[in-house]
Design a protein around this ligand. Structure first.
Ligand code: NAD
Length: 326
C-alpha cells in the first residue's frame, strides 16, 4: 500500500521527542507533540519554539527554521488526539518496557489502521515491543541519535512482520526531513551501539592496562580514527588500505589478545578470493575501476583537509579531554 505522510505525531515531548518534532516541523511536515498531559505537551511546545529561535540566532538552524517550526508544530490535548490525526506516529517516551508497551497500545488503539507507528527505543528489540501494536506490519524502530536536530543518521529496524512498504515510506519521510537513514536487522543494542560498545570496551581495557590515559585516547581517536570515520566508513577504509593488510594485522592482534581479535571469517574469505581492496580493483564493498579510484582519492583528500579546517575553526572541545597531547 502506498503511504502518504504529511502529519506526524511525536509521543513523549522530552529530549529526543522534542528534537524529532523540530526536525519534521522544520522540514514542513505538520507535527503534533503529546505527553502525559496537555500541560506537559504545551510546556514542551513553548520550549521547542523558543529553542528553535535560539538555534537560528546562533546560526545552527538556517534562516526561516524557527518560523517553520512555529507554524508547523502544535501541542495535542492527549496521546489519543495526536495519534488519531497522524499518518506517522513516533513514540519517544521513557526507556521502560512497561511504559512503552502501555503507550504503544494507547497509540495503536487511537490511530487509523494504516498509520505507521515507530518507536525510538535505543535498546529494546522491535520484536519485543511488537505485541503492543495492532496491525504489526506498520510498526518498526526509528532510532534517532542525540541530539536529533543535528545528527543526520537514523537506524531503522523492521520487526519480522513489518511490511516492506512501511520501511520504504519511513526511509522516504526521513530523507525528506534531511536525515540519512540506514536499515539494519534486529540485534541487541542495535548496530551503532553494538559497534560503539565494542570500541569502548577496548578503550577501557587500554586504560585499565595502563597503556594510555583516557585523555590520550580521546585526543587520538578525535584526531585519527574518528577524524576519518566522520567522512569515510570503516569498510571503505579497509578497502582503501588493503584487505590483506588488515588480515595480517588481525593475525598479530589475535596472537597477542586471543580469539576476540581474530580476523573475521568474511575478511579472510575476501583475501582468499583476491578481493584485496581498491588496489586489486575489488574489495569488501565491490569493484573499483580507475575512475572510481581517482574519485575516491580526491574525495578522501578533500574530506580530510576540510575536516582539519573544521577542527581548527572550532578549536579543541571544551572540558578536560580537549587539550591533552600526551
Ligand atoms: N537521550 C538519548 O540520548 C537518546 C538517544 C536515542 C534514543 N533515545 C530514546 O528516546 C526515548 C526518550 O528518551 P529521552 O532521552 O527523550 O527521555 P526524556 O525523559 O527526556 O523524555 C521522555 C518523555 O516521555 C514522556 N512520557 C513518559 N511517560 C509517558 C506516557 N505514559 N505518555 C506520554 N508521554 C510520556 C515524559 O513526560 C517525557 O517528556 C527513550 O526510548 C530513549 O531510549 C534516547
Amino acid at each position: 500500500m502506498p503511504y502518504s505522510i504529511t502529519t506526524i505525531a511525536v509521543i513523549g515531548s522530552g529530549y529526543m521527542g522534542g528534537g524529532i518534532a523540530q526536525v519534521f516541523a522544520r522540514a514542513g511536515f505538520s507535527v503534533l507533540i503529546a505527553d502525559q498531559s496537555a500541560e506537559v505537551a504545551a510546556k514542551a511546545h513553548h520550549r521547542l519554539v523558543e529553542e528553535a529561535q535560539q538555534f537560528e540566532d546562533r546560526g545552527l538552524f538556517p534562516d526561516g527554521s524557527a518560523a517553520a517550526i512555529t507554524q508547523n508544530l502544535s501541542a495535542a490535548e492527549s496521546v489519543e488526539d495526536a495519534a488519531a490525526t497522524a499518518d506517522l506516529v513516533i513514540e519517544a517516551v521513557f526507556e521502560d518496557v512497561d511504559v512503552k508497551t502501555a503507550v504503544l497500545q494507547q497509540i495503536s488503539a487511537a490511530a487509523r489502521a494504516e498509520t505507521i507507528i515507530g518507536t525510538n527505543t535505543s535498546t529494546m528489540s522491535v520484536n519485543t515491543l511488537k505485541p503492543a501494536v495492532s496491525h504489526p506490519e506498520r510498526f518498526m524502530n526509528i532510532h534517532f541519535f542525540n541530539p536529533a536536530p543535528f545528527i543526520p543518521g537514523a537506524e531503522l529496524v523492521a520487526s519480522d512482520e513489518t511490511s516492506d512498504a512501511v520501511v520504504a515510506a519511513v526511509v522516504d519521510v526521513l530523507t525528506r526531513a534531511g536525515k540519512r537513514p540506514a536499515v539494519v536487522g534486529d540485534t541487541p543494542g542495535m548496530v551503532v551501539n553494538r559497534i560503539q560498545y565494542a570500541m569502548l570496551s577496548e578503550a577501557f581495557r587500554v586504560v585499565e592496562e595502563g597503556v594510555a590515559s583516557k585523555e590520550a585516547i580521546d585526543t587520538l581517536i578525535r584526531n585519527s580514527l574518528g577524524f576519518r570515520l566522520g567522512l569515510v566508513g570503516p569498510f571503505s577504509i579497509v578497502d582503501q588500505a588493503g584487505v590483506d593488510i588488515y588480515a595480517s594485522c588481525y593475525g598479530i592482534l589475535e596472537e597477542a589478545f586471543g580469539e576476540r581479535m581474530a580476523a573475521p571469517e568474511s575478511l579472510l574469505a575476501a583475501v582468499a578470493d583476491g578481493s584485496h581492496g581498491t588496489k586489486a580493483g575489488r574489495g569488501l564493498l565491490g569493484s573499483y575501476d580507475e575512475d572510481a579510484l581517482s574519485a575516491i582519492r580526491e574525495y578522501r583528500d578533500r574530506a580530510y583537509v576540510q575536516m582539519a579546517s573544521l577542527q581548527d575553526e572550532l578549536g579543541t572541545p571544551p572540558g578536560p579531554s580537549g587539550t591533552t597531547t600526551d
